[in-house]
Write a protein that binds this ligand. Structure first.
Ligand SMILES: [Mg+2]
Length: 263
């Protein structure tokens, strides 16, 4: 009996589980297609807000995984809600992150402000992006010193990429937190907000497992949300990855090489 038959729903992380950078993890698209064909409820959950849900859905569809944008929950969607609550309608938001995240923030009715006018921000939103500079850091500090709230997509230290992990949102957030002496509210895994939104999409699934590659976010967060947890070794916890199941504070219920091992 395939391991997926123990469950009727899954929350599935993307980076390091379904793909690594631009490359799919071998066997993952076929495994997801098999899960869906078996009638499993699948919601994709990612701390990576660098693309809108529509783009992630399109990429998955391109691999033969029949899903829709409403089955994708990014930390960007969740952090935009938190930011809007903090800033209020029309409030200024300084966004340290990619364009799609800025668009999500703007779509909630907030006004995205430039680093030069950082002190007009009611909220600072932090997410990993490769063009991060000292000016962003200084702008964030000025905004926070002036009383802005601080929210972030995650505190993941790294993100899996082909050829080695890259610095993640947590690395940039650490710089902002150290400079300002403030602590961010986290939208993504392992905190509760993202799990609440994802689980609300599959209310009829009674036995749900979280499948992810990162112990400190996927596994710790899934466990805290009351779910069974399945660690795949195709990302940050695999050979050469930065996290080790042997020393993790929260142990997964199951460890498999990759998604394909579940079907
Ligand atoms: Mg991951």
């Amino acid at each position: 009996m395939p391991l997926i038959d123990d469950y009727d729903g899954f929350l599935v992380d993307l980076d390091g589980v379904v793909w690594t950078g631009r490359e799919p993890v071998p066997g993952s698209p076929e495994a997801l297609a098999a899960m869906l064909a078996a009638g499993k409820e699948v919601v994709f959950v990612t701390n990576n807000p660098s693309k809108p849900a529509e783009a992630y859905a399109k990429r998955l569809q391109g691999y033969g995984v029949e899903t829709t944008p409403d089955r994708i929950v990014t930390a960007g969607i969740v952090v935009a809600k938190l930011a809007a609550e903090a800033a209020g309608p029309g409030g200024g938001a300084l966004v340290l992150g990619y364009e799609p995240l800025q668009e999500l923030i703007a779509a909630t009715g907030m006004r995205v402000v430039d680093v030069e006018e950082a002190t007009e921000a009611k909220v600072v939103v932090v997410s990993g992006f490769v063009t991060f500079t000292y000016e962003h850091l200084r702008g964030a500090k000025f905004a926070l010193d002036a009383g802005a709230a601080l929210v972030a997509t995650s505190h993941d230290a790294t993100m899996p990429m082909p050829g080695g992990e890259w610095p993640g949102t947590g690395a940039i957030l650490a710089a902002v937190e150290v400079a300002s002496g403030r602590k961010a509210e986290i939208a993504g895994k392992p905190e509760r907000h993202l799990f609440d939104l994802a689980l609300s999409k599959i209310p009829d699934a009674k036995r749900v497992a979280m499948i992810g590659d990162r112990l400190s976010s996927d596994i710790a967060g899934g466990h805290a949300a009351g779910l069974d947890t399945i660690l795949v070794l195709s990302g940050t916890s695999g050979s050469g990855g930065s996290e080790d199941p042997e020393t993790a504070a929260v142990k997964p219920d199951l460890i498999v090489a990759n998604l394909a091992a579940l079907v």
